[in-house]
Design a protein around this ligand. Sequence first.
Ligand code: NAP
Length: 255
Amino acid sequence: MDRLIDKVALVTGGSRGIGRAIAERLGRDGAVVAVGYAQNEPAATEVVRRITTAGGRAFPVRTELGTHGDAAALWAAFDQGITGYAPDGGVDIIVNNAAIGRSSNLEALTEAEFDRVFAVNVRAPFFIVQQGLKRLRDNGRIVNVSSGVGRIAMPEISAYCATKGALDNFTLNLAKELGPRGITVNSVAPGIVDTDTNAGWLRGNPEAEAYAAGLAALGRIGRPEDIADVVAFLVSDDARWVTGRVIDATGGAAL
Ligand code: NAP
């Protein structure tokens, strides 16, 4: 409970799925957690409740990412929520997790869909970091939640894949830029994880479940906690010498 004591963490998309597991894990490790969400207020409130009930500290931050001015709006909401927890309004950990999880295939993809998936998955993290830099304390941590599709071809969702490739490249450059301040920047790349994003095609479909489990060398579908525990390591002091990397958390997919 004390690994992250005195630390403040922002987790975008912290209300559901992988982000929720990350928010709850960082809360258990002692951080004050800003739980980002877009629409689903009850889910965000529930995550805050679970963290505080367990003795942690958390508050919700509502912002629709992928819109112009989203980063400024997010930090304004953060500034409001952090009052009372950290008088200087500082942040130690930024986890860029929120994303649109899929995209149409090449033939069906529209320019509007392309713009939207890049706006949420790439532009938002970019400007959240840019505008967070003055708040981000030295020796801080940035974790970008990427995907195994940064290295594994999946042409049917190639626009989504391209956003994760772009995010990984942002990780690389940001690590170089922020290294002198002791700030580490890494991507975590999950494989198929049982979250709402995949519920429609995966849950309750034995064939799909067998397919998804078979992709991982470890032979099962990922759980949100599998990813959250890797993020918890990366934001801890134990990972102080790891930066600019994409940490594969696919259970060994496509080895
Ligand atoms: P999820 O269950 O669909 O949850 C998405 C979260 O992001 C929710 O908290 C949602 O908020 C928030 N969100 C979505 N769009 C947003 C927007 N425009 N603005 C602000 N918040 C937004 O997603 P997930 O499956 O956990 O995925 C989390 C991350 O892992 C993503 O970066 C995804 O690309 C990556 N990933 C997932 C998988 C997988 O198999 N699940 C695999 C590889 C990588 P609301 O609740 O308000 O909608």
